[in-house]
Design a protein around this ligand. Structure first.
Ligand code: URP
Ligand code: ZN
Ligand code: ZN
Length: 537
């Protein structure tokens, strides 16, 4: 891996020890402050990175709504102009993109950097995870804040601290793990003061993150009142616990027991339950990591009936199948353990078809990487294997190859599912998710004729394994521009710890349009209460 830190004056980073030293030096030399108001730049490093003037010439500029051959001129981190034959003076970096696609940088809606989970901490932090993202063409992600002992404010502060080493833009979702008045008040604070517009409810992980239906119902109502999107990890956690016991009783203790203990029916059931509760409350619902036909079909049915449900498949569910979990080598099998599980062959293709036809809307990764030592925690009992796989660096390449190169998806739809829809759902479009005048200059240049190969030996994650090891494909991100600076070119990363900005996301995005009208129509339709006269009897 080749990573250069602007703020560190000397040489390429070679090892984690050196990386940590650089981060320490950076953390004491870069001050941070919280942003004021939407669109403000938050937690910005004062390292004084020079802004670049860049002209991207002759490429095919792709937005979700159209593609055109045009030049793109960037100044001070913003797209200034998009049109053919832009003329510029000296001191402008010119990048020839002839024959290549110029697209909005990817936005990954689902990541877990430096998350404490299952007795350990995910191996990628806001430096290595984001460096990996940039090398793969993703320029923003939304990570999940886990409250500290159920406390949202403490969780938010902890994640803001973790993110001081950020090298690209990021936002936060907030998990809700318990319910009381303090949590309810803190949800208001998160939305109105801290720029969070989505809350995640875990219907699984019994005994740790799992919530009850009662809490889910309270949470859905609170989300609606705040204009925040309710997100669910949809698996029936009680049944999963039973399924796990069943496997252990049968003497199945290896990684295959993970898949066998939590079959698709449990994902379908929880998805249907969450959808029905969201329908009852009349609030939008976002289903994260849709891994099975069962869950996808529940989403399809609800959307067909007019309900506002967003379905997010992840790279692993679209690309892989569960045969790896039966691999005789424990380390190989354990790296594929995530929840809901990667499913049998056939679910992947059905999810691809659902993505290409709009039944599912956007692609995440659920990047939640653990190395082989961490995965070994469950070598005697699959219930102890830390759940999670990598993907933040690989998503853009894998989706291009599987969906566009294969002919299943257009280039404009690729931009929609990897970037634009996420920006729209979380209400930061067109600042993000587009190459339009005034948009942030988060841009990638992809060469459709070049190829990629994935390997743990060359990836930028800190993990020693990669679930896509050996995968080859067509379409290579050759240049990544983040905040108007070229951060990845010629296979080299130039990133600056502390340069990542916290992006505030305002409530009441497009999914809330007209909700109050539907409520009014519903109340009008009740024809109640009936004014009754007291009977004489
Ligand atoms: O296995 C997974 N998905 N790990 C991350 C936590 C979650 O459920 O999203
Ligand atoms: Zn989850
Ligand atoms: Zn997740």
């Amino acid at each position: 891996m080749a990573v250069r830190a602007f703020c560190s004056p000397r040489r390429p980073l070679r090892s984690d020890a050196f990386l940590l030293l650089v981060l320490f030096l950076v953390s004491i030399s870069c001050s941070t402050s919280e942003p004021q108001g939407f669109g403000a730049v938050g937690y910005e490093s004062d390292c004084g990175l020079s802004s670049e003037k860049i002209l991207i010439k002759g490429g095919t500029v792709v937005n979700a709504h159209r593609k055109e051959v045009a030049d793109v001129y960037i100044e001070d981190g913003i797209v200034v102009s998009v049109r053919p034959n832009i003329k510029v003076g000296d001191h402008v970096k010119i990048i020839d993109a002839t024959g290549k696609y110029v697209m909005p940088g990817g936005i990954d809606p689902h990541t877990h950097l430096e998350m404490e989970f299952m007795g350990t901490v995910t191996i990628d932090d806001f430096f290595t995870g984001q460096a990996a993202a940039l090398a793969g063409g993703t320029t923003m992600h939304i990570d999940f804040v886990i409250p500290v002992n159920g406390n949202l404010t403490a969780g938010f502060e902890s994640y803001m601290n973790k993110a001081k080493k950020a090298v690209m833009d990021y936002g936060f979702h907030m998990a809700i793990t318990k319910w009381d008045e303090g949590v309810s008040n803190d949800m208001e604070l998160m939305v109105n003061e801290h720029g969070i517009n989505s809350f995640k409810f875990f219907m699984a992980y019994k005994g740790s993150l799992m919530i009850s239906d009662e809490l889910l119902l309270q949470g859905l109502q609170k989300c609606k009142s705040l204009g925040a999107i309710a997100m669910v990890h949809a698996e029936n956690g009680d049944a999963v616990a039973e399924g796990q016991k069943r496997m252990i009783d049968l003497g199945i203790t290896g990684p295959e027991g993970h898949a066998l203990s939590r079959p698709p029916v449990l994902e379908g059931e929880a998805t249907a339950r969450a959808i029905r509760l969201a329908n009852f409350v009349n609030t939008p619902l976002y289903v994260v990591h849709v891994m099975s036909i069962d869950a996808m079909e529940e989403i399809a049915k609800a959307r067909k009936a007019g309900q506002r449900v967003i379905g997010e498949p992840v790279a692993s569910g679209l690309i892989l199948d569960d045969s790896w979990l039966w691999h005789p080598d424990y380390t190989t099998a354990a790296k594929y353990v995530m929840s809901p599980p990667i499913r049998t062959s056939g679910h992947d293709k059905a999810l691809q078809a659902a993505l290409s036809t709009g039944v599912l809307q956007l692609v995440g990764t659920d990047h939640c990487a653990f190395n082989s030592t961490q995965k070994a925690l469950g070598s005697e009992d699959f219930r102890k294997i830390p759940n999670g796989v990598n993907g933040i660096e690989e998503r853009m390449h894998l989706i291009w190859d599987k969906m566009v190169e294969s002919g299943q998806m257009t280039v404009t739809d690729y931009v929609r599912v990897t970037s634009t829809e996420c920006a729209k759902v979380f209400n930061i479009y067109p600042r993000k998710g587009a190459i339009l005048e005034g948009s942030d200059a988060d841009i990638i240049i992809l060469n459709p004729n070049a190829s990629f190969k994935i390997a743990a030996a060359s990836h930028h994650s800190r993990s020693d394994t990669n679930v896509y090891e050996g995968t080859k494909g067509k379409g290579k991100v050759e240049v990544t521009i983040s905040q108007g600076r070229v951060v990845y070119e010629d296979g080299k990363l130039k990133v600056s710890p502390g340069s990542g900005r916290y992006i505030r996301m305002p409530p009441f995005g497009y999914l809330f349009d007209g909700i109050e009208k539907a409520d009014a129509a519903y109340f009008a339709s009740l024809n109640a209460p009936i004014q009754r006269t007291k009977s004489a009897a």
